[in-house]
Design a protein around this ligand. Structure first.
Ligand code: ADP
Ligand code: ZN
Length: 432
């Protein structure tokens, strides 16, 4: 079902007019309310009058995570604190957390966006959702929570952690949908198998997974292990939180809620806008946000945009899965490597589990990438010969994909740390 047909299936002309009008209002608002933006625009010698339609967006300055840090905590807010009804903070995966604030209207746009996502996943008011994203400053838990209520479905605010209890609740309360990070979903799936409760006693059908990059192979793994249909949901605190984009039944990229969040892809080096289909850094302008409006926020997430029609009928622009954050890209002896490339290779090898960890070190002035990966129960062997053979196979597959030789360390099942939130895949010892 489509939650808001009027907004989600707009014609190109209608969308253009709406985005242009919202951009004009936004620019005028931030120019007058936020000294930070006024200064930036003055430095570029532009005024709100220079922005007439959405195409003029390229004239506007970019905003970065550093701008948040420089204006910590409230410097980018565009309304008095009396208008702010909620604060959140980003998880701080890459440094000091950034503080974000919402007006009452911002929260209602957020719930509406999540309700659109959930409808696109085929869920409705009859569903019972277990929310195993963390509740608290992290936007994942509360963001999804209010969206589920807005949809009219039932929410179980389990939060992350205490995996045994999660499973008990899903079983006893008859959860039909699970929302958490993909890495936590995998951990829940494993734990569920260990409980010995037959799958038929669970009503789980749909998975709502995001907050970290995951590959198609990981989707298959989770779907098989949990016996569900898994969907991607994307977002970031600075822009709102989860619900900025979402898959539909076609699973051919994620529809961006582009009446509220206008996307662009830029070349992170030249900062020039790239055409549809080309991979680069995703940039968002929040067309309707009141509390913390953002002009051209550089997400550091790498993907491409696609605007061909989608068979589901939604007319919004779609984004490809995130290949990684530009911060996550490892440069090993001059070769660019994304953890997601390694994940795809690992998951395509039958003998391996979807649990891995990457350790980067400098040895004798040379970068070294060690990949620790768990071997599946039936395949782990004490026979040196067998292990060596498997190691050689993994190394050669990785070499052909990455163009790089890495050290492979095969470990016993259930030995690597499991994640209840965003998995930390990379330990880069060169930074210490
Ligand atoms: P932090 O930047 O501190 O991790 P957030 O909690 O706001 O803060 O996380 C937002 C980031 O999480 C995004 O910029 C993106 O890198 C990642 N992310 C969120 N959803 C997805 C998703 N579905 N696929 C890939 N990455 C995602
Ligand atoms: Zn679609």
């Amino acid at each position: 079902m489509i939650w808001n047909t009027h907004k989600e299936c707009m014609s190109a002309d209608e969308k253009h007019n709406l985005q242009s009008e919202r951009l004009r209002k936004l620019v005028s608002r931030v120019y007058h309310a936020t000294p930070f933006y006024r200064r930036k625009m003055q430095e570029m010698d532009i005024t709100p009058d220079d922005i007439r339609s959405i195409e003029d967006i390229v004239k506007l300055p970019f905003t970065t995570k550093q701008d948040f840090r420089d204006n910590y905590p409230y410097g980018l807010f565009a309304v008095p604190m009396s208008e702010i009804v909620r604060l959140h903070a980003s998880s701080g995966t890459t440094g000091k957390p950034t503080v974000v604030g919402y007006t009452r209207r911002d929260l209602s746009v957020w719930s509406e966006s999540i309700a659109r996502c959930l409808s696109a996943f085929g869920t409705d008011r009859n569903d019972i959702f277990s929310v195993a994203y963390g509740y608290g400053l992290f936007t994942g838990g509360l963001g999804i929570h209010y969206g589920i209520e807005h949809l009219g479905a039932t929410v179980i605010p389990a939060s992350s952690g205490n995996t045994g209890k999660q499973i008990q609740l899903m079983h006893d309360f008859g959860s039909t949908a699970l929302a958490c990070t993909p890495s936590y979903a995998l951990y829940i799936a494993e734990t569920m198998q260990k409980t010995g409760i037959p799958r038929s006693e669970f009503r789980l059908r749909t998975g709502i997974f995001g907050a970290e990059p995951w590959t198609e192979s990981m989707r298959r793994e989770i779907e098989n292990k949990l016996g569900i249909d898994a969907y991607n949901i994307y977002g970031l605190s600075e822009v709102m939180g989860p619900g900025v984009s979402h898959e539909c039944a076609c699973k051919n990229g994620s529809h961006i809620v582009d009446d509220h969040f206008y996307p662009e892809i830029i070349d992170p080096e030249t900062l020039k806008r790239l055409p549809d289909g080309e991979q680069g850094e995703l940039v968002f302008t929040t067309l309707s946000k009141e509390g913390l409006p953002l002009l051209r926020y550089r997400t550091k997430d790498l993907c491409s945009l696609h605007s061909e029609a989608c068979p589901c009928g939604r007319s919004s622009v779609r984004m490809s899965p995130i290949a990684g954050r530009s911060d996550d890209m490892l440069i090993i002896r001059g070769v660019n490597v994304f953890p997601s490339q390694i994940e795809s290779v690992i998951l395509d090898i039958d003998e391996l589990e979807a649990h891995y960890q990457l350790i980067v070190e400098r040895r004798n002035k040379l970068d070294n990438l060690e990949i620790q990966v768990e071997v599946k129960e039936g395949y782990y062997s004490d026979e040196i010969g067998k292990i060596l053979e498997l190691k050689k196979k993994v190394a050669s597959r990785l070499h052909s994909v990455l163009g790089l030789s890495c050290d492979i360390k095969l470990v016993e099942p259930n030995t690597l740390a499991r994640s209840e939130g965003k998995a930390q895949r990379v330990i880069d010892k060169r930074k210490y």
